[in-house]
Design a protein around this ligand. Structure first.
Ligand SMILES: Cc1ncc(COP(=O)(O)O)c(C=O)c1O
Length: 481
């Protein structure tokens, strides 16, 4: 099949990246590899010789051509935003940049407990205090279906300066965003949406609208997750009615590297051009392929084994998301993952009850057929008696706050053996990863549910991240004064 190469003409950064390699250069600038490290070692060269920076690569050292600015303006226009920045530090950095721009240390923000750890770390850095909102849980499937309007209204009474949401959630569900945004705007406060997994939204009629179109004030998305961008490439888009463009710009630069790599930036530009020119066509095919894949696998089983759009209110589930409901099969998701790895398939996330497969524009019909062919025999072999739907630890903890997150983060700490940790105040943020949602954050009580739940999840084969003692035999806690 002939390879297409059309994006370049409408993507200034992509064009700059490709043009660099079409000319000859004598760089006496960073990066130190000078795109010639292969003369030192072929392996090192294979890794670094296609790397060019923004400064002196995509543009002149003094940014005379303003190529990045031009491409960011194109992105702002496509998403209907009045502010856009490209990040090489992932949604982690984009979250930090927005949160730094919100208020003053000590201010409170309303935040969904489904937030990724990067959002919590940003709150610690910015000195903002969370007012937690718990997600509603769908009784049939046990999955979180977003923040209810009642829950937002409850926390709005505490006068937060902003609302921070995670949409879609890790399992593909969404809150009723329009209602939440309008309630926040009635109080003249901004709604910041971490849409790390929703970069494709708004570019096909059968997908949810993107959150800027829904009225949100900021959209953060990873271009390397649901979209085919370079690792850690991310996009920050904003409307500046309730946010300050000057503060956003300052915060973005405060927290971003001063040496951004060219490839991630060029990839964001190229993906923007792709969505603009062929987004609907390619996403339509992907939606169809995912639906066909689910039907093909489902045909082998009696109970519904995938989350599907019809499980939720219209527009409240990402039809591209592939979430296997392992409890319906009565086996362990981690065992399925293990068998798949042996057969050369990697999944995005697996715990006892759930497996998430990431499908993107880069997957072909043949890839889905291969996956179905490999998956069905494994599921048939491991299948047992179905279990009740259970809500995973990440979605079921109601935090018990003992002290401010920031105070606990900087407090004097000690290690407490697991058997004595219940009732102590955690100094660590601990999260099964993925999804990277805190089960406990600094300043919160370690309860029996948390300590036992983390240990059990780890034993079941889930990766538990960020605990000072990764064995979970002890927990880092705040030292009593
Ligand atoms: C909801 C959410 N936000 C932010 C991030 C961080 O994204 P990145 O890996 O692009 O820094 C993740 C990562 O998984 C995430 O799931």
């Amino acid at each position: 099949m002939e390879k297409r190469n059309e994006l370049r003409s409408s993507a200034p950064l992509l064009d700059a990246y490709l043009s660099y390699f079409e000319a000859s250069h004598t760089p006496f600038t960073i990066p130190g590899h000078k795109q010639r490290a292969s003369i030192i070692d072929a392996g090192l060269g294979a890794v670094v010789d296609t790397d060019i920076p923004l400064y002196g690569g995509l543009d002149e050292i003094k940014l005379t051509n303003q190529t990045l600015k031009k491409s960011e303006a194109l992105a702002a226009k496509l998403w209907g935003a009045d502010f856009a920045r490209f990040s090489t530090g992932g949604s982690t950095h984009a979250n930090q940049a927005v949160i730094f721009a919100l208020g003053q240390p000590g201010d409170k923000v309303a935040i969904s407990r489904t937030a990724h750890r990067s959002v919590l770390s940003a709150l610690v850095l910015a000195g903002l205090e969370p007012i937690w909102m718990s997600p509603e849980i769908d009784s049939a499937t046990g999955v979180p279906i977003g923040i209810s309007l009642t829950e937002l209204q409850r926390v709005l009474k505490e006068n937060p300066i902003a609302v921070l949401l995670t949409e879609p959630g890790y399992l593909g569900t969404l809150s009723d965003l329009k209602a939440l945004i309008s309630a926040a705007h009635e109080k003249s406060i901004p709604v910041i949406v971490d849409a790390a997994w929703g970069g494709h939204f708004g570019f096909h009629k059968d997908l949810p609208a993107h959150v800027i179109a829904e009225g949100a004030d900021a959209l953060i998305t990873s271009v390397h997750k649901a979209l085919p961008g370079y690792s850690a490439s991310a996009l920050l888009l904003a409307q500046t009615k309730y946010l300050s463009a000057e503060r956003l710009e300052q915060s973005f630069e405060t927290t971003h590297t001063t040496s951004p790599a060219g490839a991630p930036l060029a990839s964001i530009d190229a993906v923007r051009a792709l969505l603009q020119t062929r987004g609907s066509e390619l996403l339509g095919k992907l939606i169809e392929n995912v639906a066909q894949f689910k039907l093909a696998v489902q045909a082998n089983f009696d109970l519904p084994i995938f989350l599907s759009p019809s499980d939720f209110a219209p527009g409240r589930f990402d039809p591209v998301k592939i979430v296997l409901r392992v409890q319906q099969l009565g086996c362990s998701g981690v065992d399925i993952e293990r068998a798949l790895i042996e057969d050369g398939v990697r999944v995005e996330m697996a715990d006892r009850d759930t497996i998430v497969f990431l499908a993107t524009l880069a997957d072909t019909e043949a890839d889905f057929q291969t996956l179905a062919m490999k998956l069905v025999p494994i599921l048939k072999k491991l299948q047992g008696a179905p279990r009740e739907s259970a809500t995973a630890l990440s979605w079921s903890v109601i935090p018990q706050i003992a002290t401010s997150m920031r105070e606990a983060y900087f407090a004097e700490t000690e290690m407490a053996p697991a058997e004595n940790a219940v009732g102590r105040v955690s100094a660590d943020l601990i999260a099964p990863y993925p999804p990277g949602v805190a089960v406990v954050a600094p300043g919160e009580l370690l309860t029996e549910q948390i300590v036992k739940g983390l240990v059990a999840s780890q034993k079941a084969g889930v990766r538990i991240a960020y605990a000072t003692d990764p064995t979970l035999n002890s927990f880092r806690v705040v030292k009593p004064r």
